[in-house]
Unconditional design. Structure first.
Length: 119
């Protein structure tokens, strides 16, 4: 199982970024996918999750509702996180992760991509 996150960078407050996570080595549509983030000195937190199907059900952290959108393209084995109206408090390393349907844990993780939002 491999997950390769990309798309991070430096952006001003109010700006946008789109993260991508390319998956390989497993049956993508058998896994729910999630984006998580970890800021310096803080615990990792869930940002958004999406069920196994393209256009599947989604769940968002309260802090990003209305600003971030998670989506997936099962034909491309890729999950996305569109981040709009970014705030300095969104600064973190963002990770994508995979959870096999029928299990409770995200056991497969990508390497992370840094998002820095300047004020």
């Amino acid at each position: 199982v491999q997950l390769q996150a990309s798309g991070g960078g430096l952006v001003q407050a109010g700006g946008s970024l789109r993260l991508s996570c390319a998956a390989s080595g497993f049956t993508f549509s058998s896994y729910a996918m999630g984006w998580f983030r970890q800021a310096p000195g803080k615990e990792r937190e869930v940002v958004a999750t999406i069920s196994r199907w393209s256009g599947g059900s989604t769940v968002y952290a309260d802090s990003v509702k209305g600003r971030f959108t998670i989506s997936r393209d099962n034909a491309k084995n890729t999950v996305y996180l569109q981040m709009n109206s970014l705030k300095p408090e969104d600064t973190a390393v963002y990770y994508c992760a995979a959870r096999l349907v029928g299990t409770n844990d995200y056991r497969n993780w990508g390497q992370g991509t840094q998002v820095t939002v300047s004020s």
